[in-house]
Design a binder for this molecule. Structure first.
Ligand code: HEC
Length: 214
């Protein structure tokens, strides 16, 4: 009985509430109920529209940061972090340097590292090539002492062609390579690069040997 009712009189299936929501149109018997949109949907919809107004004003009329700007700000932030990291790393530890520079095997190891990593630019005898002579006592970036050379080797001068070694050599390797560089101060050179920077006397090189030529 009930089944008959359903097929014969569609309207009878609807509750009174639904009947009130029934829309006028009727496509070959297919009708539509005008249910209200879910609240969560409406909140998101109107929320997005409301949000877009100040967003549009801020970014279009008030010079809000563009994607490029925020990228650059992030890069700046990263550089700052990196800089602080290097600064911390660049603190010279005299005890560590002393123990490495006083161990002949470590100085030999430093020479190997120098041949592998530094001679392509500083020349086979460190007499200077693309980079400056590292044996003449003239220094642009340091005073030629282990503690002043150390932070420079870590950070380099990438824009001028001297790589930063902080991420290529370990801390001990940097100490070892510097220990070696200190042993070759005053080395006789056949064809040295002209001195660059200022002369800083050292134990092995108390007087300047080569004078800057014009
Ligand atoms: C790709 C080339 C290149 C390599 C490799 C390189 N250097 Fe340099 N280095 C340079 C250049 C170029 C300069 C000078 C930068 C300038 O003129 O401002 C320099 C400068 C230096 C200075 C400063 C000299 C001064 O007058 O104050 C030191 C110290 C130094 N390098 C050590 C090293 C050591 C140690 C290594 C190996 C671990 C090394 N360099 C590898 C190119 C290089």
């Amino acid at each position: 009985m009930n089944d008959d009712n359903k097929t014969d009189h569609n309207d009878n299936q609807l509750s009174e509430e639904d009947k009130a929501l029934l829309l006028d149109h009727n496509y070959d018997g297919i009708q539509e109920l005008d249910y209200p949109l879910p609240r969560w949907w409406l909140v998101t919809f109107w929320g997005a529209i409301l949000f877009s107004i100040p967003y549009f004003i801020y970014f279009v009329f008030m010079n809000g940061p563009s994607l490029n700007d925020s990228y650059n700000m992030d890069v700046k932030e990263i550089k700052k972090l990196q800089h602080n990291y290097f600064k911390e790393l660049a603190i010279f530890k005299p005890e560590v340097y002393a123990s490495i520079s006083q161990t002949p095997e470590m100085v030999d190891f430093g020479e190997k590292l120098f041949v592998q990593n530094c001679t392509p630019c500083h020349g086979p005898n460190a007499e200077g090539y693309i980079g400056p002579n590292l044996t003449d006592g003239y220094w642009m970036y340091s005073e030629g002492t282990p503690e002043t050379v150390y932070p420079f080797v870590l950070m380099g001068a990438p824009a001028a062609g001297m790589p930063a070694w902080a991420d290529k050599l370990s801390e001990d390797e940097v100490y070892a390579v510097i220990s070696y560089v200190m042993t070759i101060q005053g080395r006789e050179q056949v064809n040295p690069k002209i001195p660059q920077g200022e002369f800083f006397p050292s134990e092995r090189l108390p007087e300047p040997r080569t004078l800057p030529s014009e």
